[in-house]
Design a protein around this ligand. Sequence first.
Ligand SMILES: Nc1nc2c(c(=O)[nH]1)N=C([C@H](O)[C@@H](O)CO)CN2
Length: 121
Amino acid sequence: MDRILIESLELETVIGVYDWERTIQQRLTLDLELGTDIRPAAADDDLAKTLDYAAISQRIARFADEHDFALVETFAERLAQLLMEEFAVPWLRLTLRKPAAVPAAAAVGVRIERGTRPEGT
Ligand SMILES: Nc1nc2c(c(=O)[nH]1)N=C([C@H](O)[C@@H](O)CO)CN2
């Protein structure tokens, strides 16, 4: 299966379990692999036949603006559901990092895979 990539997408959102986190915006970074078949788009050189990574990046930024989850798990799961529904993505791998959460770590976060890969990929 081919994949469309979005790497190190920086997002600002309210996220966290502690009271002090409910009043500030924090940075998250997102890596995304979106399963798709790129051959129709490549054959016709046509953006309409593939997943538009610019449009998807904008949608993700809007999602971050509109929500204020406690857990990175909830952000990741809800975003995966949205992307699969709105953009008809059959499979994705999403890595969400919260870089400032644990000062001794470069980042902490979650990685999830959702959906079904076509046979043999
Ligand atoms: N598995 C998780 N552990 C923790 C989370 C989280 O979202 N998932 N969040 C926090 C706090 O919000 C933390 O980021 C503040 O520094 C703690 N553990």
